[in-house]
Design a protein around this ligand. Structure first.
Ligand SMILES: Cc1cc2nc3c(=O)[nH]c(=O)nc-3n(C[C@H](O)[C@H](O)[C@H](O)COP(=O)(O)OP(=O)(O)OC[C@H]3O[C@@H](n4cnc5c(N)ncnc54)[C@H](O)[C@@H]3O)c2cc1C
Length: 509
C-alpha cells in the first residue's frame, strides 16, 4: 500500500504561542507523517510581553528535553515560587499564592480543616500562610531546587520562571528550526478557503507566495487571523467580570535583591506587575479605561517603579474573554488568537502549553482527516481550561475592601455560578475540592480565598480526631520545620549566579 503523504501543518504567527507549538510538535510528532511550517511577520512583530509563568512550564521544557540552565541563561531568566499580592484586600496588606502545599494532610483530612479547627478553638496558631514552605522561601528571598525526598519539607513546592519574552521566542525558534521546522518570514494578506468544506486551503503572503496546508494553527495574536477573522468564530466577552482593558508596560533597571516571586500590586483602577529578570525588571499597569484615563494610568505605572525606566511605556489594548471554540474547521487558535485573561496569575503561557499538548493528543492524521470529534473534544478542554482560570482570577477582585469605582464594581458584580458555589462551600465547611484537570490546585484556591479574607465558618469533624493539645504541638512543630529550613536556604540571587548566570546584555526598551 502506498504511504500517505505527510499532513501539512502551517502555523501562522511566531510569538510565544507559535514557537511553543512549533517546538512541541517538532519534538513529539513523527517527522515522517507531518511537515511543519511557521509564518511570522517581522513587520508586525509580537506582543512582546508575557514573562511570568506557572510551574507547568518546567514540565513542557522537560518534555522537549531542554537543558534548564542553558535555557535560563539564554532568556535572562530568574525563578519564582509564588506570586505576591499587595493591597488586594486593603491597601498595604499582602499575601503570597505559593507554588506549593499548605501543611500536611494529617488524619486523612486536608490541612486547612486542622488550621480552621485550631483557630476556632482560640489557639494561637497564626495564619494559614505560615504553613507553606514556598511562602517562607519568598519571605527570605531564597531559592533552591526542591528536594526529591517526598518526606522532606523542602520537597513541598514547585517552581516556575520569569524570562524575557523576546528571548524566549528566539530560543524556541532556534530550537525548532534545528528540528526541521520551516520558517517563512512574511505577512499573510489573503486566506483562501475550500468552497465545499469551508476549510482554509492556503494563505497568501505579501510577496505573492501561496502556502498550502491541511491543518492551520492560528497563533496570530490578538488579530486572530484565521479562527476569528476568517472562520468568524464567536467571541465570549467576559469584561463584565474582568473589566480591565488596557495595560502600559515598561522595563526598568534591575534592582537588588532578585525576588523569587512575581509581585502584583493593586492600584486605584487596576494593578501593577513587577517581574525581576537577570538583566532588567519588567513592569506593567493593567487598568480599566472606564475608571481612569490613560495619562493617569501611565503616571501610576511610572510612580510604582523601583528603578529608572528603560524607555517609554507602551500601551496594549485587550478584552477579557475567549473564542466560543478554538478549533473551527481545520484551524486551531492557540495563544492570544484564542482568548485573553489578564496576567494576574500568569495563566496565558500555561493556556498555550495546555492547548499545544491537547492538540498533540488529538492530532489528526492524513488518514483520519479533520475529524469533527477531535475538534469537539479539543474545544471541551479549551473551555474547561479558560473558564477555570477565569474564575480563579475573578476571585482576587470580588472580596476587596478597597475604595474606588473599579473596586466597588467588582465587589458588587454577579459571579460566575461555579465560582459562587466554590466560595460558599469553603465558607460553610472549609472544603476546597481539587480539580483533577487543569488549573488551579486546592492549595492555590486556599491561598487566595484566605488571602482575600474569605474564611471558613466550620470545618470537617474528621479534624477533631486529633486531641487539641496534640494538634497545637503538631502545628508548632510544622511551623518550626518550615522556618528553620527556609532560613537555611540559598539567596535567590546567589542561586542564579551559580546555576545559570546570563551574559551581560543591554536590556532592550
Ligand atoms: C499586558 C500583557 C501582559 C502579559 N503578561 C503575561 C505574563 O506575565 N504571563 C503570561 O503567561 N502571559 C502574559 N501575557 C500573555 C502573553 O503575552 C501571550 O500569551 C504570549 O505572548 C503569546 O502571544 P501570542 O504568541 O499568542 O501572540 P503574539 O506575541 O502577538 O504573536 C503573534 C504573531 O503572529 C504574527 N502575525 C500576526 N498577524 C500576521 C500576519 N498577517 N502575517 C504573518 N504573521 C502575523 C506576528 O508577527 C507574531 O509573530 C500578557 C499579555 C499582555 C497583553
Amino acid at each position: 500500500m502506498a504511504e500517505a503523504a505527510p499532513l501539512r501543518i502551517v502555523i501562522v504567527g511566531g510569538g510565544t504561542a507559535g514557537w511553543m507549538a512549533a517546538a512541541a510538535l517538532s519534538k513529539l510528532l513523527p517527522a515522517r507523517d507531518y511537515t511543519l511550517t511557521l509564518i511570522e511577520s517581522d513587520e508586525i512583530g509580537t506582543v512582546g510581553v508575557g514573562e511570568a509563568t506557572l510551574p507547568h512550564i518546567k514540565v513542557f521544557n522537560d518534555t522537549l528535553g531542554i537543558d534548564e540552565a542553558q535555557f535560563m541563561r539564554e532568556t535572562q531568566a530568574s525563578l519564582k515560587v509564588g506570586i505576591e499580592f499587595v493591597g488586594w484586600d486593603r491597601p498595604g496588606d499582602r499575601y503570597v499564592h505559593p507554588f506549593g502545599t499548605f501543611g500536611e494532610p494529617w488524619a486523612g483530612i486536608d490541612f486547612q480543616h486542622h488550621w480552621a479547627r485550631a483557630k476556632a478553638a482560640g489557639c494561637d496558631v497564626g495564619e494559614l500562610h505560615d504553613y507553606s514552605f514556598a511562602i517562607a522561601a519568598c519571605r527570605n528571598n531564597a531559592f533552591e531546587l526542591p528536594n526529591e525526598d517526598p518526606k522532606s519539607i523542602r520537597s513541598t513546592y514547585a517552581y516556575a520562571y520569569h524570562f524575557d519574552a523576546g528571548l524566549y521566542a528566539a530560543f524556541l525558534r532556534r530550537w525548532s528550526i534545528a528540528r526541521g521546522v520551516e520558517r517563512i518570514e512574511g505577512k499573510v494578506v489573503d486566506v483562501a478557503r475550500d468552497a465545499s468544506s469551508g476549510h482554509v486551503a492556503s494563505v497568501t503572503l505579501e510577496s505573492g507566495a501561496v502556502i498550502e496546508g491541511d491543518l492551520f494553527i492560528d497563533c496570530s495574536g490578538f488579530r486572530s487571523l484565521l479562527v476569528g477573522q476568517t472562520m468568524d468564530t464567536a467571541w465570549c466577552d467576559w469584561s463584565h467580570w474582568l473589566p480591565c482593558d488596557r495595560a502600559f508596560a515598561v522595563p526598568s533597571l534591575r534592582t537588588e535583591p532578585l525576588l523569587p516571586f512575581t509581585r502584583a500590586t493593586a492600584q486605584e483602577a487596576g494593578w501593577t506587575w513587577r517581574i525581576g529578570l537577570q538583566h532588567r525588571t519588567g513592569n506593567g499597569h493593567v487598568f480599566c479605561s472606564s475608571f481612569t484615563d490613560e495619562d493617569r494610568a501611565r503616571d501610576v505605572l511610572l510612580g510604582a517603579l523601583d528603578a529608572a525606566p528603560l524607555g517609554e511605556p507602551r500601551m496594549l489594548r485587550f478584552q477579557a474573554g475567549r473564542r466560543a471554540a478554538a478549533w473551527a474547521g481545520n484551524c486551531v487558535a492557540i495563544g492570544l488568537a484564542s482568548g485573553f485573561l489578564e496576567p494576574l496569575e500568569s495563566t496565558s503561557i500555561f493556556l498555550i502549553q495546555a492547548a499545544v499538548m491537547d492538540l498533540i493528543n488529538l492530532m489528526p492524521t492524513r488518514r483520519s482527516g479533520i475529524d469533527p470529534r477531535l475538534a469537539a473534544e479539543f474545544n471541551r478542554l479549551f473551555e474547561v481550561h479558560y473558564d477555570r482560570s477565569r474564575d480563579f482570577i475573578v476571585l482576587h477582585y470580588l472580596a476587596n475592601r478597597r475604595e474606588g469605582a473599579l473596586w466597588d464594581h467588582v465587589r458588587n458584580m454577579e459571579l460566575p455560578d461555579g465560582l459562587a458555589h466554590k466560595i460558599a462551600l469553603f465558607e460553610a465547611s472549609a472544603a476546597a475540592p481539587d480539580y483533577r484537570y487543569g488549573l488551579f490546585s486546592r492549595d492555590s484556591w486556599l491561598a487566595v480565598l484566605v488571602g482575600q479574607g474569605i474564611l471558613p465558618n466550620a470545618h470537617s469533624l474528621l479534624a477533631e480526631a486529633i486531641p487539641l493539645a496534640e494538634l497545637e504541638a503538631q502545628l508548632a512543630d510544622l511551623k518550626y520545620r518550615i522556618d528553620v529550613n527556609a532560613a537555611d536556604m540559598t539567596r535567590h540571587g546567589d542561586f542564579i549566579r551559580s546555576y545559570c548566570p546570563a551574559p551581560a546584555l543591554e536590556p532592550a526598551a
